[in-house]
Ligand binder design. Structure first.
Ligand code: ATP
Ligand code: MG
Length: 471
């Protein structure tokens, strides 16, 4: 008898002990996995899902044979890109099991979810019979009606991806989905996929407990194995595997996300092959290829991974770099990391330097009253302030703009003043005309537009909106 054919609560000790056994597959379970499923399809599944053999075996044993009743609900959780959706969908598609895959992000209301389920399982007529604002009981009633006409010959699977979204819907929805099988008296299993652990799902009022199944993170060797499969047809698989090894050597400590790593691998591969194409190295000169690519990857880690520039900009910068050896543009500043308020001080300084003082009221005062448009936009001012260069501004103007742009309330403490001095010593601000102690100091912003754009992006501030030249 299969494990899944037992209709027991997961809280019962028997089920729990079975689960523990399942999650550490034994030979017995390995034999069970084939029951009811064609061998060739299982083989191709194993081939499509490297490093997830254990999870596939376990899931198949939880699911049981297609015509048997399966466990009512299975909750699969794990970090992002651990293959939850990919594994479940591949199993469903490869083994041709009746299923519907619903991304809960797309279902803003339970009505949409009900519609999707009925449409997938019973066709458009069933979905059309739903009332305009269907309640849960409408859905259950219709489902029962339809399934009595067309009873399931195989377990139907309802897969809810990003299932944490169901918590924001009707409070009774999740408990009902967990025991849908019992409510509709049909051979249906709900599989919930989420990055959030079950403890954060469980309603206070209690509910039917699903079977919990964890997808662990891929380790380095597994990532190498998976990523090496994307090898370029023009090069040998061995070369690509050694490239992936180098790539992971740099990125593994900061990024374990398969999706991001795959993207980075594709993005930087042409650079890795450069010496091969130029005929400067052979495929066996791994050390030479490594020396060529390593500094490049280090730089990529500072820019692309932090999303300071897009992949497109990164590629363009690499082209330019062929002419100038020093990194240009945004990546040149990637190593400058400023404190949060210093970034806003610098943004305020930039705005003070490049905006005429008379426009401050318009930009930074919430209730600025009526300012004549003609006064504000002086059309005869043809020259761009950016072409004229930064203008000096007094400290009080800088602080006024700073308090206006920074989101939270900041007290004018000594720390803020010392941060201004630090910006001066970093030569991001220039102090001018402070010979006389009676004279208030004036400053000028000494950074470029690119720099300030990069800085404002890190604090999610749209600086262009506040620049007079770009109005
Ligand atoms: N074992 C694997 N072999 C090949 N590709 C894989 C494997 N695991 C995951 N992938 C690929 O990695 C990407 C992310 O996988 P998937 O979408 O399944 O992750 P997930 O766990 O559902 O992540 P999320 O929680 O963000 O939804 C997909 O493009 C998938 O094809
Ligand atoms: Mg997913």
């Amino acid at each position: 008898m299969s494990v899944t054919s037992m209709m027991l609560s997961s809280s019962s000790p028997l089920i729990q002990s079975l689960c523990i056994r399942i999650i550490q597959p034994t030979n017995l379970i390995k034999k069970m996995q084939c029951a009811g499923y064609p061998e060739d399809k299982l083989c191709s599944l194993a081939d499509r899902l490297p490093c997830r053999e254990t999870q596939v075996t376990t899931l198949l044993s939880l699911m049981g044979e297609p015509d048997q009743y399966s466990y009512p609900s299975i909750f699969i959780y794990g970090h992002r890109a651990t293959g939850k959706s990919h594994v479940v969908l591949s199993i469903m598609k490869e083994l041709e099991l009746p299923h519907t895959f619903v991304d809960c992000v797309e279902c803003v209301s339970p009505a949409l979810l009900f519609h999707r389920v009925l449409l997938a399982f019973f066709g458009p007529d069933a979905a059309a019979s739903l009332p305009r604002c269907p309640s849960l009981s409408d859905f259950v009633r219709l489902y029962k009606q339809m399934s009595s006409k067309t009873p399931a010959t195989q377990t139907r699977y309802l897969i809810l991806d990003r299932a944490e979204r169901t918590r924001d819907m009707d409070f009774s929805l999740l408990p009902a989905l967990l025991r849908l099988q019992e409510l509709v008296r049909d051979n249906v299993t709900v599989i919930l996929l989420s990055q959030v652990v079950w403890e954060k799902f469980r309603p206070n009022t209690g509910c039917f407990e699903p079977l919990l199944f964890h997808f662990p993170d891929y380790n380095k060797a597994e990532l190498v194995q998976i990523l090496s499969r994307d090898h370029h047809p023009a090069y040998t698989p061995e070369l690509y595997a050694s490239y992936i090894n180098i790539l992971l050597g740099v990125f593994f400590s900061v990024c374990r996300d398969l999706r991001e790593l795959r993207h980075l691998a594709a993005l930087n591969f042409p650079k890795f092959c450069e010496p091969l194409e130029k005929g400067e190295a052979k495929e066996s000169d791994i050390h030479k290829l490594w020396r060529n690519i390593e500094p490049h990857l280090q730089r990529a880690m500072q820019t692309v991974y932090l999303r300071e520039v897009s992949s497109m900009q990164w590629k363009e910068q690499q082209m330019d770099e062929k002419e100038t050896t020093t990194p240009r543009g945004l990546s040149a500043h990637a190593h400058i990391e400023l404190p949060y308020y210093s970034k806003f001080l610098l943004i305020a300084a930039y705005l003070a330097s490049f905006n005429p003082a008379r426009t401050d009221r318009r930009f930074f005062l919430k209730s600025h009253g009526k300012i004549k448009k003609t006064n504000f936009l002086k059309k005869h001012e043809k020259t761009s302030n950016h072409l004229l260069g930064p203008k000096p501004f007094p400290l009080d103007r800088l602080l006024a703009i700073f308090y206006s742009v920074v989101d939270s309330r900041v007290a004018p403490t000594a720390s803020i003043f010392s941060q201004i001095m630090s910006l001066v010593s970093l030569q991001l601000l220039t102090q001018i005309g402070h010979d006389d102690q009676l004279d208030a100091p004036k400053y000028k912003c000494a950074v470029s537009m690119d720099f300030i754009l990069a800085i404002s992006r890190t604090v999610i501030f749209d600086v262009v909106k506040y620049l007079y030249d770009f109005l």
